[in-house]
Ligand binder design. Structure first.
Ligand code: PMT
Length: 404
């Protein structure tokens, strides 16, 4: 996701410096080349060797390092950065940036960079609420600096309140957001994900193997690209995506109601959820007890949410999924036309690396004009972005609305 990206990670002196190690790991795992700059006090908390080992780059600590640098260190770092992240950022560092003080390698490099800067503050709650600090933060925000807001909790200083550095996974997400194109700005994207569970009695349900990974990846990607995103999610083990309005549901009926409640101002709808087609005709109040006789369960049909959306889609772009185990294209084409969709992502869920619960998928994208695009084995995050690329192309061509 971050292949080819040069990121400068500034670390300042706070107990949260150890969490910057985890952030560095996430960035390098995603393919970024990370250059770490540490202030003098940061080195009191975590040794440069840890960052050097994980980044596989020398750690920068001195403004004047005449021996190892042929280039002017701070200018070279500032120029090569696609993104600057400061995590943790102390009140002192933020105050210096707001006042234009450049008295060490980190502040000098930030001042010299034209790259976007993402700041993750970490400090005592009283410092965070101090009017001087608040003014500094507002000033930097006004100048285009992005902030990964700290969270509330028990602080290292013994106080309780806001000032704890944001979770490294969220800072990582905000870094992806900072680097993403904003071609979905102004859109409201409604995504469904995960399975539905249809209760039989208080302990049993009918469901499927969907993990929600595909739909969650789409929701995250759409948010990074500037959209307001609502995710209607069946029960999954995944964390709700940061910055996405998530509506948890259990059954297909609940999913239908949640989708219909959000559809009015949605401009783009992507239905990745694996909705159970049937539910038990009766939900027993008490656990069904076993006996020697065979048990038959009567199932009734659930509403087809996607088909309902196809009837009222109007100007919206509507993307459906097709999870098949045979004659993939034939079934997917049928869904495309019968449900009045603009695009279908069809996956053969019997293929290794595709479909349910995998981190990867293999799919075909079908369009209304008959085009079929092969999407070979790739991560679901990458596939989510390709799907959104195609949606943006449809929008640019003025397609999508008025198919019906
Ligand atoms: O969640 P993961 O583990 O990451 O797995 C991803 C996935 C396999 C679930 C995903 O890639 C996928 O294929 N999702 C659609 C699963 C599905 O229900 O397919 P379907 O062919 O049965 O349904 C076709 C379309 O109609 C889907 O967009 C579905 O959301 C929708 N539908 C189906 C039934 C129903 N009652 N209402 C619906 O809206």
């Amino acid at each position: 996701m971050l292949e080819g990206k040069e990121i400068v990670l500034g670390v300042t002196g706070g107990i949260a410096a150890y969490k910057a190690v985890e952030l560095l790991r996430l960035l390098t795992k995603a393919g970024a080349n990370v250059h770490v700059v540490m202030t003098k006090s940061a080195q009191e908390f975590v040794g440069p060797l840890t960052f050097q080992t994980l980044s596989m780059n020398p750690v920068h600590t001195d403004l004047f390092n005449l021996i190892s640098e042929r280039e002017i260190g701070h200018i070279s770092l500032a120029d090569r950065a696609d993104l600057f992240i400061i995590a943790p950022a102390t009140a002192n560092l933020i105050g210096k940036l707001a006042s234009g003080v450049a008295d060490d390698l980190l502040t000098t490099t930030v001042m010299a960079t034209k790259a976007p800067v993402l700041v993750a503050p970490a400090m005592n709650v009283n410092m965070y609420e101090n009017p001087v600090y608040r003014k500094n933060e507002e000033k930097l925000k006004g100048l285009g600096y992005m902030f990964a807001e700290p969270v509330s909790g028990a602080l290292a200083c013994g106080w309780e309140g806001k000032g704890k550095m944001q979770d490294p996974a969220v800072i990582f997400e905000e870094a992806l957001c900072a680097l993403a194109k904003k071609d979905l700005a102004g859109e409201h994207v409604l995504v469904t994900a995960g399975p539905t569970q249809e209760e039989l009695d208080p302990v049993r349900f009918v469901s499927n193997h969907s993990s929600g990974k595909m739909g969650y990846a789409i929701a995250r990607a759409a948010r990074r690209r500037g959209a307001r995103v609502t995710l209607v999610s069946g029960p999954t083990c995944l964390d709700f995506p940061f910055g996405v309005e998530t509506v948890p549901v259990i059954s297909a009926m609940e999913m239908r109601d949640a989708v219909m409640a959000k559809v009015t101002d949605a401009t783009l709808i992507i239905k990745a959820a694996a909705v159970a087609d049937y539910r038990p005709a009766v939900r027993q109040e008490l656990k069904i007890k076993k006996n020697d006789a065979p048990l038959s369960i009567e199932l009734v049909k659930n509403p087809d949410i996607l088909a309902e959306l196809g009837k009222i889609k109007g100007e919206r772009i509507l993307v459906g999924f097709a999870a098949e185990t045979e004659t993939l294209l034939e079934h997917a084409r049928k869904k495309l036309t019968e449900k009045n969709l603009d695009m279908v992502l069809a996956n053969d869920v019997t293929q290794a690396g595709a479909g349910f619960n995998a981190d990867t998928n293999i799919a075909k994208l079908l369009f209304r004009d008959g085009r079929v695009e092969d999407l070979p084995l790739m991560g679901k995050e990458v596939m989510a972005d390709i799907l959104l690329d195609r949606v943006v192309e449809l929008k640019r061509q003025g397609l999508g609305p008025n198919w019906a």
